[in-house]
Design a protein around this ligand. Structure first.
Ligand code: MTE
Length: 333
């Protein structure tokens, strides 16, 4: 991964503004529509909010309890302070739009998210082509507050909206021979200025083992902070796998393929000694070029801010540790 180890002169102001009542209400309304499965209405809102999400910078401020919308899933909520929306939507990795953290927010406006389809193929009984509308309808949306830690050593706390990927997997009935899932993302040189650059082998692909993909924490995400995903965050549909380094969370997914063999993944193909297939957050297994023992939380990175200790499986060990029982995590990094 192209890493600027000097923390690329990154500096973020500490956000103090609180969400205005109007923005808050708009967000709540959209979530209610999504949570209620009122897909038609949600889609209508989707188009207008899609535009809104690109321009507005609503600031969620501190964690506000959202009655009826929080996930009931153990581990899917943290009481840590949310990362400011402005930071979460302007400090991104989305290499299709450039390699600097600020590039995706500046360039992703060209991404066309309507209409959008996701093909599901490979070792399943029911191959299908889902429109975004159908995907949205498939299950009730939940808000889940997850930590996401990047392999580069920074982390955020984000309220995502989506549902467990397992809901979709069950629908398409995987065959017994399906052991892995490959996630293929959009690679459109017309709308993504860096597709074609030699930094990665396009399209950006990622993979999960079947039990990881079926784990209830693995989220198929459609929104964040009560709105649709901004384009730079992987609109209109992305993965969020909170116990793995951020690069496992593929953005702007167009295809999910069920395979018998472990799929090749973008960063593993680029540098196999640095980025393994599993890429579980693990403070005891350093990246060959830097330690993974600590992280800086975006928004807390003033001159005197202390780094945080990185937690095993990013703090989700109780939920996912058993998936790796008996595995040598130094070899299977
Ligand atoms: N998905 C695509 N399609 N292209 C990318 O470059 N970058 C990954 C991941 N998903 C990437 C991607 C990396 S390296 C990280 S850290 C996360 O997205 C960043 O997600 P965020 O912008 O929501 O923090």
């Amino acid at each position: 991964m192209l890493i600027k180890t000097s923390q690329d002169g990154f500096s973020h102001p500490f956000a103090s503004e609180i969400t205005s009542q109007r923005v808050y209400q708009e967000r709540r309304n959209l979530i209610k529509l999504m949570a209620g499965g009122v897909a038609g209405a949600a889609i209508a809102s989707w188009s207008s909010h899609s535009a809104l999400a690109q321009n507005a910078t609503p600031r969620p401020g501190r964690l506000t309890p959202l009655p009826g919308l929080k996930s009931k899933l153990a581990g899917a909520i943290t009481m840590e302070k949310l990362t400011d929306y402005k930071d979460a939507s302007s400090y991104n990795n989305f290499y299709e739009f450039g390699t600097d953290k600020s590039d995706p927010a500046q360039n992703a406006h060209s991404l066309q998210t309507i209409p959008w389809t996701v093909e599901i193929e490979g070792l399943i009984k029911k191959p299908a082509r889902y429109s975004l509308e159908d995907l949205l309808k498939l299950s009730v949306q939940e808000e889940r507050i997850y930590r996401l830690r990047c392999v580069e050593g920074w982390s955020m706390v984000i309220p995502w909206i989506g549902y467990s990927l397992s809901e979709l997997i069950r629908k398409v009935e995987p065959l017994g021979s399906a052991k892995y899932l490959e996630f293929v993302t959009l690679a459109d040189p017309k709308t993504m200025p860096f597709v074609g650059s030699r930094v990665l082998d396009w399209p950006y692909v990622e993979g999960l083992r079947m039990d990881e993909a079926m784990h209830p924490l693995t989220l198929l995400g459609f929104g964040m902070y009560g709105e649709v995903l901004p384009k730079q965050s992987g609109a209109p549909v992305r993965l969020v796998v909170p116990w793995k380094y951020g690069f496992k969370s593929s953005k702007s997914i167009v295809k999910i393929r069920f395979t018998e063999k472990q799929p090749g993944t973008a960063w593993n193909k680029a540098a196999a000694n640095e980025y393994g297939f599993f890429s579980n957050v693990n403070p005891d297994v350093d990246h060959p070029r830097w330690s993974q023992a600590t992280e800086r939380r975006i928004g807390e990175d003033g001159l005197f801010a202390k780094k945080r200790k990185t937690l095993m499986f990013n703090g989700y060990e109780a939920q996912v540790g058993q998936l790796y029982a008996g595995m040598d995590l130094k070899k299977n990094f």
